[in-house]
Design a protein around this ligand. Structure first.
Ligand SMILES: Cc1cc2nc3c(=O)[nH]c(=O)nc-3n(C[C@H](O)[C@H](O)[C@H](O)COP(=O)(O)OP(=O)(O)OC[C@H]3O[C@@H](n4cnc5c(N)ncnc54)[C@H](O)[C@@H]3O)c2cc1C
Ligand code: SF4
Length: 497
């Protein structure tokens, strides 16, 4: 069974007959070659492996036959098992990636539908069929009606589909954030960390602390903690970026790792959100904002992944060719206080919320023109919740506009002004977010204008960004700006800015 299908009531388990348990074997495979090849964040591997080992352990306690294999590769393990059990039927739930699907097909597995999402690829295809534009907002409204969530008859509850206009506050001042929930480590957790450290020299990041649970019980506690302590303020501060030392969680749920590896099902997260909302003290903007992430964005990127196909990950519409900047692995080398803080937070716990992922990490990759595949690899290696189906559309479509607007209609490019408004990073930074030229010009601001300039012709054709491009004509210092941008790009690539 795949390490992202750890759900005890999925199709896979309901298809098992209780009375024939002794004739069934559940197979888990840890493929060593996949682990050894790349610079994974230790907490990402720790979370995946320890969750799977806990899950396997619980299945054994329930009386299932479990075979947990460590093997050079997935294929090698399957061949080994097939040799010892040649007459067995091999069944798997549809995997959430093209690559695993190919492996299972070539190994002749019977594939059953994956019921860990609310929308199947076929449902999504049906929705997308014949549409000129695949706007997420339209998909989301379709989901609300179809799933009957936050509806008042045929109308949206509260009179509006989307309350985002209430949800754009900067970090609050002198705010008391609720304490973080801590998850105690056990013997299985400790063994996984030890084995990873002993066998994988390329690992990146700090050893796991108590931020992440590795069991269903822990995931349920995290969900309850969010709904009691953060839900009410989720909406207004959804986009805010305080420094990590103030709060690295802000009011986000931290549920993506568990939703993505199966420890939580999106349906139960939505049900818990609605029942908490119905108790009466949660503003609708927070509830609707959260529901939109789960039934809207999450399901949308899953649908886009399958709809756009296997080659989508190779898109490079803007022909970006720069190598990954050294600061993505060595945040201590940069003076850009926002980037330093965010990459350090990733190093500490393999997670930052949506806006730093989009408006700092991806924005920098977009503006500096990093090869999309290289940035995608880095993001996939260092985030705890990364899986192909979710990382590919978020990076290729949303983060770096590599698909030329097939998913999102405009690039999410911004200068220092946005970061300055939505964070408190700029105070105390050696750079000035308002300046675009000069030694202390904010690299985001310089590169933002330079990016528009480099892609002027392309973006003039896009009415969602053309007005910003025309702003270039009002810049009296465009030549100086171009020179400064060259210097900034050179120094960022050399790891000296
Ligand atoms: C460049 C980029 C890469 C990303 N990569 C991933 C990834 O690999 N895995 C991942 O789960 N999310 C990814 N996201 C989406 C989002 O950043 C994370 O889901 C979120 O930060 C997880 O933290 P949370 O659980 O506290 O989320 P919350 O803010 O509490 O949101 C609730 C839930 O909504 C879902 N959600 C919200 N936005 C998205 C989205 N754009 N795509 C998919 N699900 C979404 C998640 O399941 C999340 O748990 C990415 C976003 C960007 C911009
Ligand atoms: S001035 Fe620029 S580099 Fe410094 S923190 Fe602000 S946005 Fe980041």
């Amino acid at each position: 069974m795949a390490f992202d299908q750890l759900h005890r009531t999925s199709h896979l388990f309901t298809s098992f007959s209780e009375s024939a348990r002794d004739q069934q074997l559940i197979l888990f495979i840890e493929s060593q070659s996949t682990l050894a090849k790349r610079g994974w964040h230790i907490q990402r591997l720790f979370f995946l492996i320890s969750s799977a080992r806990h899950f396997a352990h619980d299945l054994v306690a329930e009386g299932f036959n479990v075979l947990y294999l460590k093997s050079e590769s997935f294929q090698e393990a399957v061949e080994r098992v097939r040799k010892s059990l040649p007459k067995a039927r091999y069944t798997a739930m549809a995997p959430a990636s093209f690559s695993l699907r190919k492996i299972l097909d070539s190994a002749n597995f019977e594939i059953m539908e994956n019921d860990l999402f609310l929308t199947t690829p076929k449902d999504f295809e049906g929705w997308a069929s014949g549409k000129k534009s695949l706007l997420m907002e339209n998909f989301y409204r379709w989901q609300r009606k179809r799933l009957e969530i936050l509806m008042d008859g045929g109308k949206p509850l509260g009179g509006e589909w989307n309350f985002d206009h209430d949800n754009r506050l900067p970090p609050p001042k002198n705010h008391k954030y609720p304490p973080y929930l801590k998850h105690q480590r056990d013997e299985i957790d400790r063994n996984v960390v030890k084995q990873l450290r002993e066998s994988l020299p390329l690992l990146w990041g700090e050893d796991p602390d108590e931020s992440w649970a590795t069991t269903r019980a822990g995931a349920l506690k995290q969900m309850a903690h969010f709904f009691e302590n953060h839900f009410a303020e989720f909406g207004p501060y959804e986009d805010a970026m305080p420094k990590a030392e103030e709060s690295w969680q802000v009011h986000h749920s931290l549920l993506s790792p568990y939703l993505n590896n199966g420890l939580l099902h999106p349906r139960e997260v939505v049900d818990a959100a609605i029942s908490r909302f119905e108790r009466g003290d949660i503003p609708i903007a927070s509830c609707e904002g959260f529901i939109r992430q789960v039934i809207g964005w999450r399901e949308y990127v899953y649908g886009i992944y399958w709809l756009f196909g296997e080659k989508y990950r190779e898109s490079n519409h803007l022909r970006a060719s720069r190598k990954l900047l050294p600061l993505y692995r060595a945040p201590e080398t940069t003076d850009m206080s926002c980037v330093k803080d965010v990459v350090t937070a990733v190093k500490e716990r393999a997670w930052v919320h949506h806006i730093p992922r989009l408006m700092i990490l991806s924005n920098l990759a977009l503006l500096t023109g990093i090869r999309p595949g290289e940035f995608l690899d880095w993001m996939s290696e260092v985030f705890i919740d990364a899986y192909d189906w979710v990382m590919v559309p978020n990076v290729i479509g949303m983060g770096v506009h590599a698909d030329g607007g097939a998913m999102m209609t405009k690039p999410y490019a911004s200068g220092g002004a946005y970061i300055s408004r939505m964070s408190n990073y700029c105070k105390g930074c050696v750079f000035d977010p308002k300046k675009r030229v000069g030694e202390d010009a904010c690299p985001f601001t310089t590169l933002y204008w330079d990016f528009l300039d480099r892609h002027r012709e392309e973006f003039l054709k896009n009415h969602r960004i053309s007005q910003q491009v025309r702003g270039l004509d009002r810049l009296s210092d465009l030549e100086q700006l171009r020179e400064r941008a060259q210097e900034v790009l050179k120094r960022l690539s050399a790891g000296t800015l």
